[in-house]
Design a binder for this molecule. Structure first.
Ligand code: WT7
Length: 647
């Protein structure tokens, strides 16, 4: 054993959990030795209409990447999340909804969920939404978001959920990319007491791209909005004139289930495409084992359904397992810093899954807002989105969990569909800051820059050697981009874009992105996207964006901006540019610091040397590395002298 701090598996966990260490070892060995046998068995957790006869059919050959699981089986994801539970669970709660205002909450049973989903599906069906059509969902964290996703799955339509924090511009790009003819939205969202004009944003987005035949609008706040009498329909009015029955479409395992856009190294977000059978098997299995979910447990994932975490671990994983899933509309610090813990007490939450950025923000508010609540119901804690620093881990463990709850630090990505590296609470000793060991069927490899696979304790880039059922299948409409992004850097392997260390115990420690993607408060942001927003401003001639360490967000956005000739760098312009990026992409892309730079460091061939910009933003001046290839070394001195102070 190394000298890292280690937390043993508590004895009661070893006994009650689905998997102890011996079972983990045995199952893991089988999962990589005999993937067909292993996954055929696991796939029994799902109800198939036509059973599959083939299990794994995948190749990472960069000339012809093709990923198919259970390819001749048929099923319906919505049926698996609702209908099949009804004989036993019609009156069991499926969703506990907690509103932004602590006075608002409600419970939705599996029967009610069935009825609402069928109504939503009927509204779509009556307007000719069919198998394969794309439907954009732009909703706040209200149960209707789940109804909308599952209604699409019921009809075989492909949902594309767009996070409510994205701007009309970003929404328009996503509607256009997948040629969505339908949008489901709400009048307004509310977060931390502040309204978000969702319907107005949809109107603005459609004005830009067109092609949308109709918009379903959920009345949520009752705020005043414009309704187009031909194009727009209120959900409650549409629901009143349909029945609560709607048949489930029979889908092939490899039919698309959803698209989710995510930022990459280039300016344009990628439509990550997940299919039905493999995704559902994987989401369901990981939800059960990683969170050690048992019947009746109250499970709360604080993510938004606009991100993959919400898809897999608020909706598809828990509901396919017949679980009770809590959905929270608000934010961790509203009305007070005790909100998370009050919600845990109010609904007797047993399993809490949240993000390091939320933990760090709450940690800054001190222990009192936590310790004044009971939290006795909590049994397990989870973390996701970015590396969790050991200080935040220890606080989460000791203060929030009262030294009683294991923490599962789960590493995965939008592309992976579900958790790939994680402790299992009954099996894995914990080390604060490490995502620990691979889940069943997952074969991590650490490679050096040349692609050589490194053995033992080592550091390098994280790849996965072979496919797992939850893996994305393609970039919507651009299979070549899928291949180029993930399978070309290290031919024959899936490249994650993350750096990673493996210690002497075989534990994995994710060190963060090694590409031009930054992780801001657990949200992935392509620096190129922020750069193209900045240069779209008439006063900006050039921009380069990098991440820098930020106490709460993990990484902050640092933008170097060169202005058009004759423009003056003023405080006012700085504010204008921040507001501009918010408007272009959304508040999550707001630059934290903008440095006006007369010139950017470039090679003689004109390539921006980001390495240097990163070092300056990180305050690492002594270590700028080789600057001899710069076209004009003087620009670096100016950049160092005028570096913006961190907040
Ligand atoms: C990137 C994926 C699917 C999770 C939500 C974010 C980082 C995610 C961890 C973790 C260290 C993590 C990685 C990854 N990341 N979880 N537990 N430890 N890093 O999904 O937006 O697709 O981002 O988030 O850098 O590549 P995403």
């Amino acid at each position: 054993m190394s000298d890292d701090k280690i937390y043993d598996v508590p004895a009661e966990w070893r006994q009650r959990a689905w998997v102890d260490d011996a079972k983990y070892q045995e199952m893991y060995a089988r999962s990589v030795k005999d993937p067909d046998g292993f996954w055929a068995e696991q796939a029994k957790r799902i109800d198939w209409i036509e059973p599959f006869t083939k299990v794994k059919n995948t190749t990472y050959d960069p000339h012809n990447v093709s990923i198919k699981w259970f390819e001749d089986g048929t099923l319906n994801a919505c049926y698996n999340c609702i209908d099949r539970h009804l004989p036993e669970r019609a009156d069991q709660v499926a969703i506990i909804w907690e509103g932004d205002d602590p006075k608002d909450s409600k419970k939705i049973t599996y029967q009610e969920l069935h009825d609402e989903v069928c109504r939503m599906a009927d509204i779509l069906r009556n307007r000719n939404v069919e198998k394969g059509d794309r439907v954009t969902i732009y909703l706040p964290m209200i149960p209707e978001a789940v109804y909308a996703m599952l209604a699409c799955a019921r009809l075989g339509a492909v949902h594309s959920v767009v996070f409510g924090g994205f701007s009309p511009e970003s929404l328009a790009g996503r509607i256009e990319d997948c040629q969505s003819k339908v949008v489901i939205t709400a009048d307004e969202g509310v977060r931390g007491g502040r309204k978000v004009p969702l319907k107005a944003n949809v109107d603005a987005a459609i004005a830009k791209v067109g092609g949308v035949d109709f918009v379903v609008v959920v009345k949520h706040t009752g705020g005043a909005i414009d309704m187009d009498p031909v194009r727009d329909v209120w959900y409650h009015e549409g629901a009143a004139v349909v029945t609560s029955e709607c048949p489930c479409e029979e889908m092939n395992a490899e039919d698309p289930l959803f698209i989710l856009y995510t930022s990459g190294s280039t300016g344009k977000p990628k439509g990550v495409l997940h299919t039905t059978g493999g995704y559902l098997v994987y989401a369901s299995m990981t939800h059960q084992y990683v969170f050690d979910y048992h019947d009746g447990d109250i499970y709360w994932c604080t993510a938004d359904v606009g991100w993959v975490t919400g898809h897999s671990y608020i909706v598809y994983g828990p509901l396919s397992n017949g679980a009770i899933t809590l959905m929270f509309e608000g934010v961790p610090n509203y009305p007070t810093n005790s909100r998370f813990w009050e919600v845990c007490d109010k609904h007797q939450v047993n399993i809490l899954y949240t993000a390091p950025t939320a933990i760090r923000a709450l940690m800054q508010g001190g222990n009192d807002p936590v310790t004044k609540t009971s939290r006795k119901s909590l049994r397990l804690l989870g973390s996701v989105g970015e590396p969790i620093n050991p200080e935040a881990w220890e606080w989460y463990y000791h203060v929030v969990g009262d030294d009683r709850c294991p923490i599962v630090d789960t590493w995965w990505q939008t592309e992976t569909g579900g958790i790939l590296i994680t402790p299992l609470p009954g099996a894995t000793k914990l080390k604060p800051g490490s995502a620990t060991r691979p889940f069943f069927g997952v074969q991590p490899e650490i490679v050096d820059a040349e692609g050589k696979v490194l053995e033992g304790a080592t550091t390098g880039n994280l790849c996965i050697a072979d496919s797992w059922p939850g893996q994305m299948r393609t970039v919507y409409g651009d299979h070549q981009r899928f291949i180029d992004t993930y399978f070309k850097t290290y031919p024959g392997k899936y490249f994650t874009g993350d750096g990673c260390r493996r210690d002497a115990d075989g534990y994995y420690w994710i060190t963060g992105r090694v590409d031009d993607v930054i992780n801001v408060a657990g949200h992935r942001m392509g620096t190129a996207e922020v750069e193209s927003a900045l240069v779209a401003h008439t006063k900006v001639s050039e921009a380069a964006v990098v991440g820098y360490p930020h106490d709460i967000k993990g990484q902050g956005i640092y933008a170097y901006v060169t202005l058009m000739a004759g423009e003056k760098p003023t405080e006012e312009l700085r504010k204008e540019l921040v507001a501009w990026v918010r408007k272009e992409i959304g508040p999550i892309a707001s630059p934290d610091l903008i440095q006006f730079a007369p010139g950017l460091p470039k090679t003689r061939s004109g390539k921006i040397m980001r390495r240097i910009l990163r070092k300056i933003a990180e305050d690492d001046f002594g270590n700028l590395g080789d600057t001899t290839t710069l076209a004009d070394p003087a620009v670096v001195d100016d950049l160092v002298t005028n570096r913006q102070n961190k907040k």
